[in-house]
Ligand binder design. Sequence first.
Ligand code: GUN
Length: 296
Amino acid sequence: MSAELILGKDVSEEIYAELRQRIEALKAAGTLPGLAVVLVGDDPASHVYVRKKGEMCESLGMRSKTIIMPESTTQSELLSVIADLNADPEIHGFLVQLPLPPHIDEKAVINAVAPEKDVDCFHPYNVGRMLAGDPGFLPATPAGVQQMLVRSGVETAGKHVVVVGRSNIVGKPMAAMMMQKGPGADSTVTVVHSRTANLPEITRQADILVVAIGKPRFVTADMVKDGAVVIDVGTNRIDDPTHPKGSRLVGDVDFDAVKEKASRITPVPGGVGPMTICMLMANTVRAAERSAGVSQ
Ligand code: GUN
């Protein structure tokens, strides 16, 4: 039997409807939530992501500011833009799009963002708060995965979640969030990665398998238990001469084979993808609510 699809478009629409109400309440109380996005250089995928973030912000009726800087920007020029955004009362949250050109120290940039405006949840202060289970920002992609599970009625308490991949952006925070106490969590978590011995033996034990390893169609059907819930965070562009563009997007999961074994699965594209921007918008509304004194 083919798995039921969990679609980011459906889940994000539900969250956007809630956010619109919170934005209206903020505006009525005199606060227009504002998000700024800083992009350095010419990476084509980053330009697409940044444009989409700006468009979503505007479609929700929030203030949007996009700052595009040339590849030759120095670290001190970028730090000066960050200092201005930290001090700008009209901007409640902002992020610097990654990757940065190699001459800029990514950690120095992340550390320069004021924690109360760090809607990516990349600053060590916010990473620490997330790990401690304190209320605050959550990193957008893992938070989006958690919302997909919760809002499609997947039980997580007591379940074995196996996270494939250990990145700072997805794998590590995903594991930390699923082991917290509370709704959408309370799971038993295992993390596997490129150096794990007997990886398929472990993934086969997963009730919920979250895959973020950045390798096209890495998870095959023999690595998945019958009836597992499979969440594919990967987006990989592969050559495909039968496609008009000569290439197409695939996830980290061999979708066609795994959908015959899983009970629920997220496709690529259309699965987790739309959730990342949605949770970024949710963090921005949260930042504005905090600044207006209506949220922790
Ligand atoms: N590049 C890819 N994903 C992200 C993200 O979530 N935030 C930032 N700042 N850059 C990214």
